[in-house]
Design a protein around this ligand. Sequence first.
Ligand SMILES: Cc1cn([C@@H]2O[C@H](COP(=O)(O)OP(=O)(O)OP(=O)(O)O)[C@@H](O)[C@H]2O)c(=O)[nH]c1=O
Length: 589
Amino acid sequence: MVLNPVISKLSGKLVVLASASPRRLEILRNAGLRFEVVPSWFKETLDKGLFKAPHEYAVETAKQKALEVARRMPFKHLKTPDIVIGADTIVTVDGMILEKPVDKHDAYRMLSSLSGKEHSVFTGVAIVLCHEKENEEVDYQLIDFYEETKVKFADLSEDMLWEYINSGEPMDKAGGYGIQALGGMLVEYVHGDFLNVVGFPLNHFCKQLDLIYNHCASSSDQESASVHVSHNGTHTTSITTQPPPNLELKNQDLQQITALMDGFKASKALFTASELCVFDLLHSRPRLDAAQVAQEIKASVKGTECLLEACVSLGLLKSKERTLQKPVYENTDLAMRFLRSDAPFSLHGYIQHCNNTIWPLFSHLESAVREGTNQHEKAFGKISKDVFQDAYYNSQEVKLRFMNAMHSIAKVTGKAVATAFDLSRYKTACDLGGCTGAMAYEFTKAHPGLSVTVFDLPAVVEMSEHFHPLQKDNRVSFVAGDFFKDELPKADLYILARILHDWPDEKVHILLRKIADACTPGCGLLISEIFLDEDRGAPSRGLLQALSMSEGKQRSATEYSLLLKSHGFIAAHVRHTDNFLDAMLCIKV
Ligand SMILES: Cc1cn([C@@H]2O[C@H](COP(=O)(O)OP(=O)(O)OP(=O)(O)O)[C@@H](O)[C@H]2O)c(=O)[nH]c1=O
C-alpha cells in the first residue's frame, strides 16, 4: 500500500535525485519512491548578498543543482530523466546563512552562534520536469518551493561543543549539526517539519506532487501559469503550480480587485489636492470647512467637498464634526510629513511630475503596449528621441518640475542609500546625473571624510543652485557635462542613482565603459535602483514604472551585477533598503 497516492504516479518514470546527501536518499526511499541518485556538480557559490531573503538563496541553489543534472544526463548518461529533484538546506541565525562547515573551527563558529538561541532551517526544493521534444531538445519545467522549521538550541558549554565537533558529525551538515543523531541532544525544541531540518521536507514535497499530478489537468494548463526563462540557450520553463481555481466569491478578493480598479481615482485625487495646494493651505490654516477651502483654492464648493471627503477616506485628511456646523478639515500625519510642499521629506515635487508627465503617458498605455514605443508625442505633441534632452530639459517649466521631482525623491531616499554601506575608504565621489545635489548632500552628511562632485548636463547644473540647502556644504561641488560624451571627473567612488534603468543595455555599456576607464583598481561604483526580484515577480513599483519608460529597462540585482562584471566590477554588497531605492556597491578589480 502506498500512503501517498502521488508517489505511485511516479512509478515507471525515471526519477533522479540530484543530491549526494545520504539523508535525502533515505527520506525519499523510506517514502517508497524509486529513483536514481546523480549528485549535482553545481558549486554552492551563489552570491548570498544578491538575495533579499535567505530562503531565496536556498531555492536558487536547489534549482541550479537540479538543472545541472537535468542538462548533463542526456549527454553524460545518454538518457533523459523524467523528473529531477534538487534540494539545498541552510541554517540562518542573526542574519547569517550557515552552510556546511569547512573545518572544525568553522563548525565551532557555527555551533557557538547557535548556542542558546532559536534559529531557522530552510530547505529549498526544485523539481524539474523534463519533456523531450521531437528535435531532441528538452523542455524543462521548474517547480520550486521551500519550507522553514524553527529550532532552539540549549546553551552549549565549551566542552560539549568540542566533544560534538570531535565526533565528526558536524562536517557534512548545514549549520554544523545533525538533528537526527548526536546533534538531537543539543535541541530544546523544534517548530515545524522535522524532516525539513534533516534535509528534505517530505510533506510539502508530496503536496507539490499532488498539485502537479492531480490538480493540473494538462501540461498546457501548467504552461499557462508559467514564466519563461532562457538558460544558456536551452528552454527552461519555470512554473508555479496553483491549486484548482477557486470560483467562490470572496469579499477579500473582491476588495483586492476593486482597489486595483479604483487605484487611478485615488492617485488622481491625491494629485489634484496636491496641485491645488490643499495640504499647504490646511497646514497654514488648519480646521477650515469645505466652503472656506473652496474659496482659498478658487474652486467650486461642491467639487471641493467631494475632494476633501475623498482625501479623508484615503487617510490624507482628517475631518472634525462640529455640532450643527459643517465639518472642518486638517492634515493627517502622513500629509504633514510627505504632502506639504515645505516638509523635509516632501513628495510634492514628485507628485507634480506624476500628475503632469507620468499621468498623460499612462493615459496612452494601450498604445504604448501595442507599439512598444514611448508615448511622448501622443501625450505632449512632440517627438522625443532622448527623453531628457528633448522632453524634460527643453522647456524651463518642465525642467524645473522634473528637477523638483528628482530632488524630492533624492531627499526621501538619499539617507537610506548614503548609509547602506561603509564608505570610509573613499575620499572623493562623483554623483553622475546627480541633478540638484540632494543625494550628494546626503552622502557628505553621512560620511564626514567624503567630498562629492555632482556631474550633470549644463541645463541642469545652471539651475541647481535654486535647490541648495540653506546651510551649504563646500564638500559638494558641481561640474557640467554629458556623461555619455564628456570626460568624467576623477573620483574614487562613482555613484549612479536612478540612472541605469533609463537606458538600454547598449547605452549602459557605454557609460560603464567610461566609468571603468576612469577607475583604478579598488575604486567603487555604487548603483542605486529598484532591484527586481530574480523571478521578476516584484516589486510592482518597479514593474509599473517600466510601463512608462522610454528606452530603459528594470533589472534584477543579478542582471546589474552581470553588466558590471563585464566592465571589471565585482558586486561586493547588495542592500534592499525598503525605501524607494535599493543599492549595490561594486569594486573595480
Ligand atoms: C541541519 C541539518 C542538516 N543536515 C544535512 O546537511 C546537508 C546540507 O547541505 P546541502 O548543501 O543542502 O546538501 P549536501 O549534503 O551538500 O548534498 P547535495 O544535495 O548533493 O548538495 C544535507 O545533507 C542535510 O541532510 C542533516 O543531516 N541534519 C541536520 O540537522
